[in-house]
Unconditional design. Structure first.
Length: 317
């Protein structure tokens, strides 16, 4: 399916050096903000109090969030769980204040606002649990990266694997850089979005790499640069359809999903935009600079014994 078809190839690789220079500067800025400001980790990673509150009717999550925030708690997470009548509240740890004191203070304010509020459960999440979650998250990220590299190396060639991983890590670091610069809350949901972006970005790279391999078979007189330009140009319509539809869904979560899904959708939005950019200008360009050739993807036919230049040398005329 195509919205349009471009007859003349767009010379993407002609400006690859300029775009990669911009990309490199953006990457360095993201790394700088990660080290200078760091990530603003959520309660899941830093520890705090988790409360489950039940109402007899559907709870107004926005109102509950406002009541809790009015007590002076920063970075409070309030969301429904199980049903519309049940609310989960995550409070960050406070120096000199116990988990029991936090929950009692919050419940007093909630009951003053709505006498039907009932405490179902409260527990303290220690920093050790948060550290374990952070470690497991990094392990998951490492496993995804290694898996992608092995997959691309087997399906294509090691040059494509290196190019795709550099491009995908470029996307991940830039997402983290945005969260460090703006000090947006980094939660488990955002970590899930980062892992999703890795898979999403590599899918776009695989589509372009597949077309490059097909072009090497079809167009034997074109140069490597012309092959890559044709591959990217011929997949533009597919890219617009796929990423456009995905972004519409993500945008609906960003606008109407509430505070719970806001940063999850924000991470996906950044990842989708930079995923398209990196697949075209980073992954394809790196593969070109690594010297990808037709011989890397298409094996030459094996000559039989007695054959010379593809013809039978022993034939008698």
């Amino acid at each position: 399916m195509e919205f349009f078809k471009i007859k003349k190839d767009i010379p993407f690789m002609k400006n690859a050096l300029v775009f990669n220079a911009i990309s490199f500067v953006t990457f360095l800025l993201a790394v700088f903000f990660l080290f200078s400001r760091g990530l603003h980790l959520s309660v899941e990673f830093t520890g705090g109090t988790v409360m489950e509150v039940s109402y007899t009717q559907a709870a107004d999550v926005g109102k509950v969030r406002g009541v809790v925030a009015g007590l002076g708690f920063n970075d409070v997470q309030v969301q429904n769980f199980g049903s519309a009548r049940d609310v989960m509240i995550r409070l960050p740890a406070q120096a000199g204040v116990s988990s029991a004191q936090q929950s009692e203070r919050v419940m007093s304010a909630l009951k003053a606002d709505n006498a039907e509020a009932t405490m179902r459960r409260t527990e303290f999440v220690g920093p050790q649990v948060g550290e374990e979650l952070a470690t497991d998250g990094l392990k998951a990220l490492a496993f995804v990266v290694v898996g992608i590299m092995l997959y691309l190396a087997v399906r294509f060639e090691w040059k494509f694997a290196v190019a795709a991983i550099v491009a995908n890590l470029h996307d991940v670091i830039i997402i983290l850089g945005f969260f460090a610069f703006f000090q947006w809350e980094f939660s488990l949901a955002v970590l899930a979005a980062v892992l999703a972006v890795l898979g999403y970005s590599v899918n776009e790279s695989v589509v372009i790499f597949d077309r490059i391999r097909e072009n090497f078979r079809r167009f034997r007189k074109l140069t490597t640069v012309e092959i890559i330009d044709n591959a990217i140009t011929s997949t533009i319509s597919r890219t617009i359809i796929t990423h456009g539809c995905t972004q519409i869904m993500v945008l609906s979560m960003l606008l109407f999903g509430g505070e719970t899904l806001h940063y999850f959708a924000m991470a996906l939005t950044i990842g989708i935009c930079f995923g398209i950019y990196s697949s075209v200008f980073v992954a394809a360009a790196i593969a070109m600079w690594l010297g990808i050739r037709r011989e890397d993807l298409i094996k030459a036919p094996v000559k039989k014994d007695g054959d010379q230049d593809g013809e039978n040398a022993g034939a008698v005329v």
